[in-house]
Design a protein around this ligand. Structure first.
Ligand SMILES: O=C(O)CCC(=O)C(=O)O
Ligand SMILES: [Fe+2]
Length: 211
């Protein structure tokens, strides 16, 4: 029996993943609270902070690497790409959950996700990411964007740093609450990160890619 057929026979419907798919079909985005438990968020945040404090993060760049000054007027976060092959314990846990979702999407929606890329991101106080689409560098392989928030338990509205998603009809503000995951169509939905007014905004952002 081929592995593929075996997988099909073994298919078990997953309510959470089904609701994500339904959201994506009807509104091109899905917001899932508690995708990661508070324990999972804590170990992932510790892992982020350890790398951040070890000075491993780099100033993020955009598109064709215009100069730093221009970068900062568009995007001010610091990032560190996560290497799945050298993942630590908490990152392995992270990728296990993401891979379950990817496998489910591939089995049910025939999305053909073959690659993925994820980075940690820190937005210090005063930083933002202006309105954009996640398709840079003539790269149309990015299919779905996934943002996972790793902030401490209370992120009051006064802290700013909302993810604003621009739909056809309106603009939706999403607070970066711990455990919350936002998934959206990379090539369709414009979005931005509003100025962080207080604290440091921490997350893992990534893309599911075709080909
Ligand atoms: O952190 C977020 O909420 C979104 C980040 C983002 O838009 C990006 O990195 O492309
Ligand atoms: Fe983005």
């Amino acid at each position: 029996m081929t592995e593929e057929l075996y997988e099909q026979l073994n298919f078990i419907e997953n309510q959470l993943f089904e609701s994500i798919i339904n959201d994506l079909i009807t509104q091109q985005y899905s917001i899932v609270n508690d995708f990661f438990s508070s324990e999972e968020v804590e170990v992932l945040r510790n892992s982020l902070v350890a790398k951040y404090e070890a000075d491993k993060f780099k100033k993020s760049a955009i598109g064709n690497r215009v100069n730093e000054e221009i970068d900062k007027t568009i995007r001010g976060d610091f990032i560190f790409w996560i290497d799945e092959k050298n993942a630590n314990e908490s990152e392995t846990l992270f990728f296990n959950k993401i891979n379950n979702l990817v496998n489910y999407l591939n089995q049910t929606c025939f999305l053909g996700i073959l690659h993925k890329e994820f980075h940690y991101a820190v937005y210090p106080k005063g930083t933002f990411y202006k309105r954009h689409l996640d398709t840079f560098q003539n790269d149309d392989r990015r299919k779905l964007s996934i943002v996972c928030y790793l902030n401490e338990a209370n992120w009051p509205r006064e802290n700013g740093g909302e993810l604003t998603i621009y739909t056809e009809k309106d603009a939706l503000d999403v607070l970066p609450l711990p455990g919350r995951v936002v998934i959206f169509e990379s090539q369709i939905l414009e979005h931005e990160v509003k100025v962080v007014k207080e604290s440091e905004r921490m997350s893992i952002t990534g893309w599911l890619k075709t080909r």
